[in-house]
Unconditional design. Structure first.
Length: 126
């Protein structure tokens, strides 16, 4: 069961009920991990320079089909590499005003539970 997956919440925050560091577990922790991968730029992690999806490098590119195809490829590659507890089923992109919406469908490997999430990537600055 995914309840064995737990850790510090991302973004880091204090639990208002306990006054301690907020913790999350299960599928919520996996979702936070995936969002963290997407929003981390190449070279941002000192000891893991290749960690992340590198989407920040794309925010100034024209918002067209090429950008969406590159985004889909980079997201699937990064999530499959950095979060081995999930298998990416599909990555879709959509445009909403000044944001590129990344929609990821994946399966939690241990439970075969289907999950999805949507992450807006601001064009012109993440």
């Amino acid at each position: 069961m995914t309840e064995e997956i737990f850790g510090i919440s991302s973004p880091f925050r204090i639990d208002p009920n306990t006054g301690g560091v907020a913790l999350v577990s299960g599928t919520e922790k996996l979702k936070e991990n995936i969002i963290h991968i997407l929003l981390t730029g190449a070279g941002e992690r000192v000891m893991r320079r290749d960690y992340g999806a590198g989407l920040r490098q794309l925010v100034h590119d024209p918002n067209n089909e090429a950008l969406r195809a590159i985004t889909q490829h980079q997201v699937a590659k990064a999530v499959n590499h950095w979060e081995p507890r999930v298998a990416v089923e599909q990555v879709r992109t959509a445009v909403d005003g000044g944001s590129l919406i990344v929609e990821i469908s994946y399966v939690v490997r241990r439970t075969q539970q289907f999950q999805s999430l949507s992450v807006p990537i601001g064009l012109g600055g993440v």
